[in-house]
Design a protein around this ligand. Structure first.
Ligand SMILES: Cc1cc2nc3c(=O)[nH]c(=O)nc-3n(C[C@H](O)[C@H](O)[C@H](O)COP(=O)(O)OP(=O)(O)OC[C@H]3O[C@@H](n4cnc5c(N)ncnc54)[C@H](O)[C@@H]3O)c2cc1C
Length: 471
């Protein structure tokens, strides 16, 4: 039986068919390359802990990648693409075992233009930003996992992050200029998707195409200053965050607020912050630090830290981004394994009193942390609370409470694409899967709806798409 226990394929023969292309077959390494950050969720931890691929292929260039695809297709082998493996919902977990294609060696920065970059999917995001900064540019948006994640994994699995406060989400028009995609067919096609076609592969979790390269918008880089202010109450921090995110004429890259009970886990900041203080974190341009301090003071807060990147490094501190988005939960999870998290939208107009009232309802069971972002041009909040887990039933009760209060929740405790942020099947994704991966080999098991539509024609599948906002 194979390592995954899911098939009886002769993996040594398959690896031999890949010729000189590097493969990994040692069980501990294959297991390591089969995991992402699914374990944030106790529900997924239970379901996916034993999930494992059978072999990892590490193509170095497009030619080798093409050969891996052709061979896997000929052998009818399930394929899961992997970048940095930092996805949160088991996105990169090989549910049906099979082949994992590690993309990190296909990582060339192909061209840095005046306001764009062409780059291969496996490029590490930190390295990409460093190269761009040397040319006076940077990515408008990147995840807090910049240090570990690949740009292809971010486009396939992510949605926004540092920069979303001013530049919106990846899906906002213009952030992704084009995607070069290889299809999973006997003779893979190389397609360049532009305009609305980008949406059929972006955030589709690699279920319908292999992103080989892309062109992304870039913006001028700034002298970003890591700023932290502290407050007596969470609602004061929230009000300051809202004012900072709303203020016209500022250059901001990040605006986050963190409950004091979460901030207590920020060990690296311990000596710099008073105990029991609620935080406003910001990355603002050097010329806007005064405004940051004024906004904090107007809400009753005080500036605790303002350091540029070099000063943060000298102080052995990571960027404030690494205290934001899903890093916040990670810092708590490192110490306390009994917690988990949720992803909650705070629609406009945002109201700190409503947030404070719900905070009271939850007591110590749910600790809030908000990111301020622009979604379709509108300023909204994303609450990524740390939740004290007791049972699945209670977790879903908490979700129901949030939704009753008018805060929609994207369930991060499922690895089924239809059940997460989108809350419905994206039939454009599935029609593209039929066109680009007709055998359903890519990231199989992640779409429940695929089983129902896989024998339909692509146009028929597309016609099922309801007129709904994606998530
Ligand atoms: C601590 C922490 C913080 C995070 N912060 C953020 C954040 O700020 N913003 C955010 O959006 N997300 C965030 N995430 C989620 C995740 O880090 C991002 O989505 C990240 O960009 C994924 O990149 P990766 O290279 O690790 O992708 P992986 O985890 O390797 O893959 C993600 C998905 O993309 C697919 N995939 C990978 N490469 C390709 C390819 N070339 N072609 C097609 N499909 C592919 C995989 O099969 C998988 O479904 C965070 C996660 C953690 C654990």
């Amino acid at each position: 039986m194979s390592l995954s226990g899911k098939n009886d394929i002769d993996w040594a023969a398959f690896a031999a068919a890949l010729g000189d292309i590097e493969t990994i077959d040692k069980a501990p390494l294959v297991k390591q390359k089969s995991r992402d950050f699914f374990w944030y969720s106790p529900v997924l931890k239970r379901k996916l802990s034993g999930c494992c691929g059978d072999l990892v292929a590490c193509p170095k260039n497009e030619k080798e990648l093409g050969h891996v695809i052709v061979t896997a297709h000929a052998w009818r082998i399930p394929v899961t693409l992997r970048g940095g493996g930092t996805g949160n919902y088991g996105q990169a977990m090989p549910l049906d075992g099979g082949l994992i294609i590690e993309m990190t060696r296909i990582d060339e920065i192909l061209e840095i233009g005046p306001d764009f970059v062409k780059v291969q999917a496996g490029c590490n995001i930190r390295r990409l930003n460093q190269s761009l900064r040397a040319a006076g540019r940077e990515l408008p948006i990147y995840p807090s996992t910049e240090r570990m994640a690949t740009i292809g994994g971010f486009i396939a699995g992510g949605s926004g992050g540092t920069g979303s406060v001013d530049h919106g989400m990846l899906r906002d028009k213009g952030n992704i200029v084009d995607l070069t995609v290889l299809t999973m067919e006997a003779e893979p096609r190389r397609l360049v998707l532009t305009g609305e076609d980008i949406d059929i592969v972006h955030h589709a979790w690699g279920i319908n195409g292999i992103i080989l390269a892309m062109t992304l918008r870039t913006v001028p880089t700034r002298d970003w200053i890591n700023c932290i202010a502290s407050f007596d109450s969470y609602s004061a921090a929230f009000d300051a965050g809202l004012a900072l995110a709303e203020r016209a004429g500022l250059h901001r890259k990040l605006v986050s607020t963190v409950d004091a009970r979460i901030a207590a886990f920020f060990k690296k900041l311990e000596t710099r912050l008073g105990a029991g203080r609620h935080l406003l974190l910001g990355l603002v341009a050097r010329e806007n630090v005064g405004t940051f301090a004024e906004i904090a003071a107007a809400a009753g807060g005080r500036l605790e830290l303002s350091l540029d990147a070099a000063e943060m490094t000298a102080a052995e501190l990571p960027s404030v981004s690494e205290f934001s988005f899903n890093h916040t939960t990670l810092l708590v999870l490192k110490v306390d394994k009994t917690v988990t998290y949720l992803q909650v939208r705070v629609p406009a107009p945002m109201d700190s009193e409503k947030v404070a009232a719900l905070n009271e309802v939850f007591g110590d069971e749910v600790l809030m942390h908000h990111e301020f972002i622009r979604l379709g041009g509108e300023l909204v909040g994303i609450d990524l609370p740390v939740v004290r887990y007791s049972s699945d039933e209670r977790l879903y009760e908490i979700i129901a409470i949030y939704e009753d209060w008018g805060f929609p929740v994207s369930d991060p405790h499922t690895c089924i694409i239809e059940d997460g942020g989108m809350k419905h099947a994206d039939y454009r994704h599935l029609a593209a899967k039929k066109r680009f991966d007709p055998l359903g080999l890519l990231n199989s098991g992640k779409s429940r709806e695929w089983a129902r539509v896989k024998d339909m024609a692509p146009d028929e599948i597309e016609a099922l798409q309801p007129d709904l906002e994606g998530g």
